[in-house]
Ligand binder design. Structure first.
Ligand SMILES: C[S@@+](CC[C@H](N)C(=O)[O-])C[C@H]1O[C@@H](n2cnc3c(N)ncnc32)[C@H](O)[C@@H]1O
Length: 246
């Protein structure tokens, strides 16, 4: 039976205290993006940058989160450190999958490699309901930079995953986080880990990676800095685990 653990606090402080080997880090860091200029990116809160629906979700405010105001160079350095601490925990051949947007794509591929991973590619998350922009190319994709801890070792029952995923950010009652990822996309991604393996997410948010991992028969170790979102993750994963136990 897959299990889960959620630590509340700063990933860079907590990762060095963990010692359980894991099969992959699958994470969605604060992008430190969302603006044309450095001033826009470093002065607005995550809510101001990423919420387009007035910030409300069925009568409750979606909580803000910190850690989204680094400039370009410090973002690259910080993400490298977090991924290096994750790398320490990943078994040889295990994978790293890191979400990013177009602005932070070069920083993210640099950070992945600086952390020690072998960079293997960039997959696409296509968001079908992104709004068209007059005279411009539509910004309807985010990216998953991925790599491995050295040579990848195909098991006896290898998976064949796509390089292109389509899914809309949850809305209405199912929206739990400002920058929540679609669970069906995450359920495909966690299959890069063998059945009964362990997925690590140092930026758990509302726990989408964890919910996907449990639903796919993988265990989960998460870290989330915000107390509000850490509790949301705990509640969500407890519900998923209870459903699976029936
Ligand atoms: C992009 S969101 C993750 C959303 C998640 N994928 C979901 O579907 O709900 C990034 C999360 O990282 C958290 N965070 C920011 N800085 C952090 C840090 N230093 N350590 C741990 N978590 C952090 C934020 O509070 C935020 O919830």
């Amino acid at each position: 039976m897959p299990d889960w653990t959620l630590h509340q606090g700063d990933a860079l402080t907590l990762l060095p205290t963990l010692n359980t080997p894991v099969d992959a880090v699958i994470c969605d860091p604060p992008y430190n993006s969302g603006g044309r200029t450095m001033t826009e990116r470093t002065s607005r809160t995550a809510r101001e940058k990423y919420l387009t629906e007035g910030g409300r979700n069925h009568g409750h405010d979606l909580g803000d989160f910190t850690g989204d105001n680094r400039d370009q160079r410090s973002y690259t350095a910080w993400l490298s450190l977090v991924l290096a601490e994750s790398y320490r925990l990943i078994r040889p051949g295990g994978a790293a999958l890191v979400f990013t947007d177009w602005r932070q794509l070069p920083a993210t591929t640099d950070a992945l490699q600086a952390a020690g991973f072998t960079w293997r590619g960039v997959a696409v998350w296509h968001k079908p309901i992104a709004r068209p922009q007059p005279g411009r190319l539509r910004q309807d994709c985010e990216f998953i930079v991925w790599g491995s801890n050295g040579a990848m070792i195909p098991g006896n029952d290898p998976v064949y995953l796509p390089g292109h995923f389509t899914g809309s950010q949850p809305r209405g009652d199912t929206r739990l986080h400002i920058t929540q990822k679609p669970e069906d996309v995450m359920r495909q991604l966690v299959r890069i880990v063998p059945l009964d393996g362990i997925v690590l997410d140092p930026f758990a948010g509302s726990g989408t990676t964890g919910a996907a991992a449990l639903a796919e028969g993988r265990s989960f170790i998460g870290i989330e800095q915000s107390a509000t979102y850490a509790q949301r993750t705990r509640d969500r994963l407890a519900t998923v685990a209870a459903t699976l136990a029936v």
